[in-house]
Ligand binder design. Structure first.
Ligand code: MG
Length: 156
């Protein structure tokens, strides 16, 4: 068994759609990024890549690559899932914390878990997800951005 940790932050800006966990969420701002800015998927990818000693997202999908501008993060997760399988690993479980003052995560929790587990072809029970506020403190509290912590356990 191996474990990995992932952390990511994206800035909330006007004029972008908000994607979290592969799900478009109605909100007055979206996450800035070279991709669709899906900070939850990015942190999960980094946890999985860390667990299998394959660096991080930036290594496989560099910001400098204009060919992948606005790439759907679901495609990145799908790539990571395939890499993991190719290396002979299976996912044990994933757990993630979305740190956001707004929007509320709970109403979208189930569909996010379904979307993530579908992409990775695992059981939804293998994906943990919760939302936390920071009681108004820091950049997340000021709604300037969203942060995500994720861990993943893989087995061979
Ligand atoms: Mg990112």
């Amino acid at each position: 068994m191996k474990i990995g940790i992932g952390y990511d932050v994206h800035r909330l800006v006007e004029g972008r759609k908000l994607f979290l966990g592969g799900v478009e969420i109605p909100f007055n701002k979206g996450l800035l990024g070279h991709s669709d800015g899906d900070v939850l998927i990015h942190a999960i990818c980094d946890a999985l890549l860390g667990a299998i000693s394959e660096g991080d997202i930036g290594l496989h999908f560099p910001d400098s690559d204009q060919g992948i501008k606005d790439i759907k993060s679901g495609n990145i997760l799908s790539f990571v899932g395939k890499l993991l399988k190719d290396k002979g690993f299976k996912i044990g479980n994933i757990d993630a914390v979305v740190v956001a003052e707004a929007p509320k995560i709970l109403p979208y929790r189930k569909i996010m878990i379904e979307t993530i587990s579908n992409i990775l072809q695992i059981d939804p029970a293998q994906v943990g997800l919760k939302g936390k506020t920071t009681e108004g403190l820091g950049f997340a509290g000021r709604k300037e951005g969203i942060a995500v912590y994720a861990v993943a356990l893989v087995e061979k």
